[in-house]
Write a protein that binds this ligand. Structure first.
Ligand SMILES: C[S@@+](CC[C@H](N)C(=O)[O-])C[C@H]1O[C@@H](n2cnc3c(N)ncnc32)[C@H](O)[C@@H]1O
Length: 248
């Protein structure tokens, strides 16, 4: 399935002003924490979608903010919300693989973008991010945990990727189709172009990121399971996502 089409068709389902999908609880709050104090900091948000993370980081004090997304409908949804909020967020519809920055940023975030890119384009984007960051700037991104599609093979709520007959090493760059659920019972179509842990580490290094990245493996915690047993508990302690934080 074509990624741009998937997001153009579902932009209205993605638009949200408060946490709704599984990863709004299991991943995005940890991305925001990893960003630390963003007061006055400039942010490049690649694969920004309809602007959920942009609005949150602007609320937390970010200054210059550029959000970029492939889907014209996701960007249209982001701009409609921006017309109401007037946060001063700049949005651009563009394939990130073809983007060349014209200014520098303190921080770059990519929240579930790289699961849409094969290794080679991801490498190109890592290099672009390295160039776009100011000295000591941070790059923070989240991706599905590389083991998740192989550990969780049941195709059911609240999250899965279809991985039948796929192998962790030989099926790098293959696109796995999946779904992630919102707490209201609605599901969103998502995709994962499979990559191994080594692919992320090797390509960060190739792009010039020579400092050791911090990584966090994210899951459904017992606290989340307590909050909404029916929704969260099927994934209690499963390896869901990985958060990378690396500085230039
Ligand atoms: C799972 S959504 C996440 C959106 C947003 N970061 C969030 O956290 O709500 C992934 C986004 O990546 C975008 N995307 C996928 N491939 C892209 C590409 N090559 N260039 C720019 N954006 C891309 C999709 O259009 C989609 O909006």
């Amino acid at each position: 399935m074509d990624t741009k089409q998937v997001y153009n068709d579902n932009a209205q389902k993605w638009l949200r002003l408060k946490p709704s999908s599984l990863s709004d609880f299991t991943a995005r709050p940890l991305v925001f924490d990893a960003c630390g104090d963003v007061t006055g900091r400039s942010i490049l948000d690649i694969g920004c979608g309809e602007g959920y993370c942009a609005r949150e980081l602007k609320n937390r004090g970010a200054s210059d903010y550029l959000g970029i997304d492939l889907s014209t409908e996701m960007i249209a949804a982001a701009r409609s919300q921006e017309a109401i909020d007037q946060y001063g967020i700049e949005y651009l519809a563009c394939n990130i693989v073809e983007f060349t920055p014209t200014r520098k940023f303190d921080l770059c975030i990519a929240v579930f973008l790289f699961n849409y890119l094969q290794v080679e384009p991801m490498q190109k984007v890592f290099s672009m991010v390295y160039d776009a960051l100011k000295p000591n700037g941070n790059f923070i991104f989240s991706v599905p945990h590389p083991f998740f599609p192989f550990v969780r093979t049941e195709q059911s709520a609240p999250f899965y990727f279809e991985s039948s007959n796929k192998n962790y090493f030989s099926d790098v760059n293959k696109k796995l189709e999946g779904e992630i659920w919102k707490r209201n019972g609605e599901s969103l179509h998502v995709q994962c172009v499979h990559k191994t842990f080594s692919d992320y580490f090797d390509n960060l290094k190739l792009a010039g990121f020579n400092k050791m990245p911090e990584i966090k493996e994210l899951t459904v915690t017992p606290e989340l399971a307590k909050l909404d047993e029916t929704f969260f508990s099927p994934l209690l302690n499963e390896p869901l996502h990985v958060l990378f934080k690396v500085s230039k």
